[in-house]
Design a binder for this molecule. Structure first.
Ligand SMILES: Cc1cc2nc3c(=O)[nH]c(=O)nc-3n(C[C@H](O)[C@H](O)[C@H](O)COP(=O)(O)OP(=O)(O)OC[C@H]3O[C@@H](n4cnc5c(N)ncnc54)[C@H](O)[C@@H]3O)c2cc1C
Length: 337
């Protein structure tokens, strides 16, 4: 079924009431190819859960929501499991499924909104874990040739909140399935965020299980991050900038308290964007219908009656201030449409 002039209000976590000319869902490759052939000349947007998208206007084209479901064990032994998962599966449901089966590694990525198919797009990450370390390959439809490609993890060009699918091949592939490889031997990552303190406060005792870590991460996220069902948002709006080491040294003299992290890029240092935004006084600022969240400076929010253009204007003002004061370019993590 293809819907015309369809509202996307319930399909983006900002909750903006934009419309698309056409909207349809697909459950498998054949349905997808039929839709692509029927709407060949229309601009196309693939949607998962809409939790990493900012709509600034109506979409003049076809929006396709990925609804490819299914889990399949491809191989397993006592030590590992290789699993193929439909791109339209809910991410957190998948994490819980892994925990039930003792497939270890992605417990720190609990409660990230969205779908399995969107996870490789920006190489989702949280609490010291990135999904790239558990992906074996990505199975995707090449939109132009309509052929299925199985793209090996080494060819996905994963980086910090980045991949081939967000850069060189942006808009070229539709991810249908993802193949994951998990160890059955836990290798817990406890040293990030408040995990250890929260485990103590929750009176959970060592040796910890992957379920303990997932519960703890869920608790931290529920207390720290605004719930999109209550207040529209798309999580972190900006990426943490990775700045040149010379600029870092200069800034550190002026702001000795500035936090920083190692970067995987040569001669770069990662700075928490939240600190920069807070330091320049933006945290908690409200502009009519939108604003910067009062507890999380990285999260821009819709107070209910806002629109995407207001969020975009606010984000540009923040970027300008950070550039003026620190000489740092702040990139957006959210996909702007
Ligand atoms: C409260 C909150 C907290 C968040 N926390 C985190 C976090 O801790 N870490 C993190 O990394 N992210 C986080 N995010 C961002 C978001 O959850 C992730 O980026 C998630 O992977 C997006 O999934 P989605 O299905 O909603 O994608 P969508 O928003 O629907 O799409 C995102 C992009 O991927 C493309 N896309 C989606 N599916 C496909 C597909 N099958 N094939 C090709 N292209 C596709 C879309 O066209 C779009 O460009 C958070 C968001 C919110 C609202």
């Amino acid at each position: 079924m293809v819907y015309k002039n369809y509202s996307l209000k319930n399909y983006n976590t900002f909750g903006f009431d934009v419309k698309t000319n056409y909207f349809a869902t697909f459950e498998n490759k054949n349905e997808l190819i039929t839709l692509l052939n029927d709407f060949e000349n229309q601009p196309l947007l693939i949607l998962g859960g809409g939790s990493n998208i900012l709509f600034t206007k109506d979409f003049e084209g076809l929006v396709l929501q990925n609804n490819v479901k299914g889990f399949q064990i491809i191989e397993q032994s006592e030590e590992y499991a290789k699993i193929k998962v439909g791109a339209g599966e809910n991410w957190h449901t998948f994490v819980l499924h892994c925990i039930e089966n003792n497939w270890c590694g992605i417990e720190n990525l609990s409660l990230i909104p969205g779908t399995v198919g969107a996870a490789p797009i920006q190489n989702i990450g949280a609490y010291g874990v990135e999904i790239k370390d558990f992906i074996e390959s990505v199975i995707a439809l090449d939109i132009e040739s309509k052929e299925i490609h199985q793209i090996d993890v080494l060819d996905c060009e994963f980086g910090y909140r980045d991949s081939l699918f967000k850069n060189k091949k942006k808009g070229k592939y539709i991810i249908i399935e993802v193949v994951f490889l998990f160890s059955k031997i836990p290798n817990l990552k406890l040293e990030y965020g408040d995990i250890q303190n929260t485990l103590k406060n929750m009176k959970i005792e060592a040796p910890y299980t992957i379920k303990n870590i997932s519960d703890t991460v869920c608790y931290i996220r529920q207390t720290k991050l605004p719930n999109p069902n209550e207040i529209g948002n798309a999580g972190s709006f900006f990426k943490n900038p990775e700045i040149d080491i010379n600029l870092f040294k200069k800034l550190k003299e002026e702001y000795p308290e500035m936090p920083f992290y190692a970067s995987t890029l040569p001669n770069k240092i990662k700075i928490p964007a939240g600190w920069l935004i807070e330091k320049t006084g933006w945290k908690g600022k409200k502009y009519e219908n939108v604003g910067v969240h009062e507890k999380q400076a990285l999260v821009l929010v819709n107070y209910g009656k806002g629109n995407g253009q207001e969020i975009l204007n606010l984000s540009k003002q923040i970027q300008n201030t950070i550039k003026e004061i620190f000489g740092i370019d702040l990139d957006t993590e959210v996909n702007i449409i």
